[in-house]
Design a protein around this ligand. Sequence first.
Ligand code: PEP
Ligand code: MG
Length: 676
Amino acid sequence: QLMEAVKAVFRSWDNPRANVYRRMNEIPYDWGTAVNVQSMVFGNSGDNSGTGVAFTRNPATGEKALFGEYLINAQGEDVVAGVRTPSPISKLHEEMPAVYEQFADIANRLEQHYKDMQDMEFTIENGKLYMLQTRNGKRTATAAIKVAVDLVDEGMIDEKEAVCRVDPKQLDALLHPTFDPEALKKAQVIGKGLAASPGAACGRVVFTAEDSKEWHDRGEKVILVRLETSPEDIEGMQVSQGILTVRGGMTSHAAVVARGMGTCCVSGCGDIVVDYEGKKFTLAGKEYHEGDWISLDGSTGNIYGEAIATVPADPGSGYFGRLMGWADKYRQLKVYTNADNPRDAAQGYAFGAQGIGLCRTEHMFFEGERIKAIREMIVSDNVADREKALAKIMPYQQGDFEGIYEAMQGHPVVIRFLDPPLHEFLPTKEEDIVEIANEMGLSVEKLHNVIDSLHEFNPMMGHRGCRLAVAYPEIAAMQTTAVINAAINVQKKHPDWTMVPEIMIPLVGEVKELKYVKDVVVKTADAIIAAAGIDMKYEVGTMIEIPRAALTADEIAKEAQFFSFGTNDLTQMTFGFSRDDAGKFLNYYYENKIYESDPFAHLDQKGVGKLVAMAVQLGHQTRPDIHMGICGEHGGDPTSVEFCHKVGLDYVSCSPFRVPIARLAAAQAAIKNPRK
Ligand code: PEP
Ligand code: MG
């Protein structure tokens, strides 16, 4: 019996639940587990016996007081199974005062010894107290912060230790709505996807971004269900409580955009069968129609086929501020935010971002009149027409940049030039093609021809990034004009700020292509600055997101004043995995223990990280004062942040809602691995 029990514990290391748990908590498989064998005491030997569980502080609120429950004449199993209702630990004070006193004394001693809140199991056998185990107690984010701060005030730990006591990932729960725990207990999970953007969402199903907007405008709460999202869906995504997609991974469009907006998103739930025509989807053998209520948990990936009440985010009182203050004191990495519009920029700034590490300019092209001008540019077949169309977009871009500069109050802003392949701006559905051709005064055939000519077998490796500017330098010239004009205007308005616009050229793999685009930027920028009669500096840098750029970073640094590691593309191209499709097969890799985690969520330090480290070193070799950061989604992932600290980056940049997480993670990295 004993051996079977021991074997059962070892076997449990391998059950599917354990695999999922380990992946969630980043515990390596090869750690293995252990078994303690101890002699038994019996809590069920009469009314003078009992068993219970207690915490030295309240694990939900952090309040300092014994918290727990016990059952008389029972074993641990009875407490767990819930067949009898246990009594609160305070009652033990009345029932067995001596035992209670002894227990309280031991609890206090254990906490003093471990200098942390303890979770203890005990048994009373015939009036004698036995301690079965103690461990650091699991706790909510609110409790984690309060306990850490209180322990400093009680003189038990120092500030650095307190900073290390809170799991940065836990902060999510304070910044996003969560489900009402009581309501959640009764709810049933109907499916699971990737936990792409945290938070809890509850709303009625709609299938198009237009419907999201329409339903929202009449006061409905909606959840947008799509096969995948595209930049065109942005407005609908913005008004949705949550986003659910069938395809896509952690760095696909829906995931990146939702995280930027702080909206809950579950992506890549391949079990869903969507019927757009019939306005319904099937999951777990049941049909869900437009208007049906569902709920999403973007922190676990769970999908529920019903409405579950949510409770709003609450970063808490002064405790959060004090802990974050200590984090800022000890971290060495700066924390920037990725933001594409003034609203996200202001959100990131409010969460403590010290700059913008990535402004994806293409996201500004989809609204109203802008998309028309972009399309006009795309269908133009000569430079003059393209320039005419671009001139229409310029004022919009400039206005956006001014808004972003204002929101960041003079802090650094890195603006990235147009990145996606142009076909993303053209319609795909026949009815839209007809409508847009009419709108543009083109024949449907001509528009079809343009769309066909832009078709690529592998758009992610196609005509995108700086390759667009190499083919159409006028795009880079227009964007430069917008950036520099905006900076000049804001500088004039705020003479006390020092505006140094940073222009970032994406998807560079060869120094000559960077030089080619940079020459366009410099020529345009210098002319505007000279004409304005102003003394303004600006910088031109690049993303390192193609393996060849990392390998030749010494050459690239001759032209680049800064590097920003685009680890989404760098991961995609290093692994040769599509960032939009990898979700479909990665599960097999986890099940077979080939990979333990999603390389798009946690930076692959062995492979991709080697390229990053190499590029950091080569870049510094050529240009000692080069500054470097990361702007891929890994910039907000705690283990990846630690890696960035270790390889010597200057900053990490992540979506606004992850800024506090990155600040805390950066502090922990610095405390554990101080830089010289
Ligand atoms: C990246 O590739 O890591 C990046 C930040 O750019 P994007 O996600 O826009 O391709
Ligand atoms: Mg990229």
